[in-house]
Write a protein that binds this ligand. Structure first.
Ligand SMILES: [Zn+2]
Length: 394
């Protein structure tokens, strides 16, 4: 089948897996992830990306969208070597409380940084590497930054990737500040559009769902992150209204699996559970979300998302002969609800095999795992992150 498309994954956070468990969002952000990410070097970003790509290739992902890290150069090296496709971005922020000192930048600096990365890396590695604008959140993005990012994204023909209405605190903060919620504000700014990828989108009114539909906004639904800390997005309603909802894993400290097979399974389950409606978000819909809708969400509808003559050869080979996936009565149901990533035998991207018989061909796995652990420990020590005493790696 076509390769899976992960529309939200933080490649720079891969080395921080396990740093954000059992804590609220503010602790997660201020005490764990910001110190960690802001202590990374360009080389750390490369290794983090390579590890993230390795996990994704093994789970059948052939293309992904990255919401923003600090070193597009490091990410681009990782993606170029791994052989998959990535829409990469800087994490753009020009305001907000508590930012690490080396992340405080002006609006001009933030726009210039991404324009520079577009010039250096966009459409490199046979077109597999592309660069988008990555707005972090409304807490850290001024109106001017949002407007100029959208304007520049249009000018360069790329997308805008943004965390939108992800926690209740976010919409309450904005309502107290300007009287409206995040999506209404983005609509008022005029930036909702077909090249706008809105991630999480948990705290939306029905009217705001209508705004997404009216402007053909693309949505990334990340079910594991939703259950861990955010809440449940109105995915059944969005699908019913014909909004392009795709699936993402989110980053390693908030899932903690970069495995689209697991995310398909969760997507099919969680909405049935919270709504007590067993017929919502059906297996075929989930498969479409993870393939064709993912292609639309990353602006690759013409090239990816289905096995069609003329499209790029991004595909996976599945071997269902295993205790967990047989018997096959309804193959679509099994792909979504029974398959494990171990059933994915081979992965191809852009006509090249990246994995055969579960073995990666572009990455020395053993060497990578050793280096990733060493770098992960070193970054955590540099960042001075305190963990519960049960944590064994002090
Ligand atoms: Zn995210």
């Amino acid at each position: 089948m076509p390769g899976l498309i992960n529309t939200h994954v933080h490649t720079s956070q891969q080395l921080g897996r396990g740093l954000g468990d059992d804590v609220n969002l503010l602790t997660w952000l201020h005490d764990r992830i910001w110190p960690y990410e802001s202590s990374m070097t360009e080389e750390d970003s490369y290794i983090s990306t390579l590890l993230c790509c390795a996990e994704q290739i093994k789970a059948g992902t052939t293309a992904f969208a990255e919401p923003g890290g600090q070193f597009v150069s490091g990410m681009a090296r990782g993606v170029a070597q791994a052989g998959i496709r990535g829409k990469l971005a800087n994490s753009i922020m020009d305001c907000g409380e508590g930012l690490p000192a080396n992340w405080v930048h002006s609006t001009d600096e933030e726009i210039a940084r991404t324009v520079e990365d577009i010039k250096n890396f966009h459409n490199t590695a046979d077109g597999r590497v592309q660069v988008w604008f990555g707005l972090r959140t409304i807490f850290n993005n001024s109106d001017e930054l949002i407007l100029r990012s959208k304007e520049m994204a249009d000018r360069y023909g790329v997308g805008v990737h943004m965390h939108v209405a992800e926690v209740k605190d976010e919409v309450e903060y904005l309502k107290a500040k300007i009287g409206v919620q995040t999506v209404t504000h983005l609509n008022d700014l005029g930036v909702l559009d077909k090249n706008f990828l809105a991630v999480h989108t948990v705290w939306l009114t029905n009217e705001e769902v209508g705004m997404f539909k009216a402007h053909d906004v693309k949505v990334s639904h990340d079910p594991a992150a939703a259950m861990k800390v955010l809440g449940f997005a109105k995915v059944p309603r969005m699908l019913r209204e014909g909004i392009c909802v795709s699936i993402g894993t989110d980053g390693a400290p908030c899932n903690n699996r970069m495995d689209m097979v697991d995310e398909m399974w969760l997507t099919s389950l969680i909405h049935k559970g919270w709504r007590l409606e067993p017929d919502v978000v059906k297996a075929q819909e989930v498969l479409t979300m993870a393939t064709m809708n993912g292609a639309k969400a990353i602006l690759e509808e013409k090239n990816l998302g289905s096995l069609t003559p003329g499209k790029k050869a991004d595909l996976i080979v599945i071997d269902p002969r295993s205790a967990g996936m047989l018997p096959l009565h309804d193959p679509i149901a099994n792909l979504v609800s029974a398959m494990h990533s171990e059933n994915i035998r081979d992965t191809m991207c852009n006509g090249k095999w990246l994995m055969r018989d579960r073995r990666l061909l572009t990455i020395d796995e053993d060497a990578l795992y050793t280096e990733a652990q060493q770098r992960a420990d070193a970054i955590r020590r540099r960042a001075g992150i305190a963990l519960p005493s049960r944590f064994p790696l002090q």
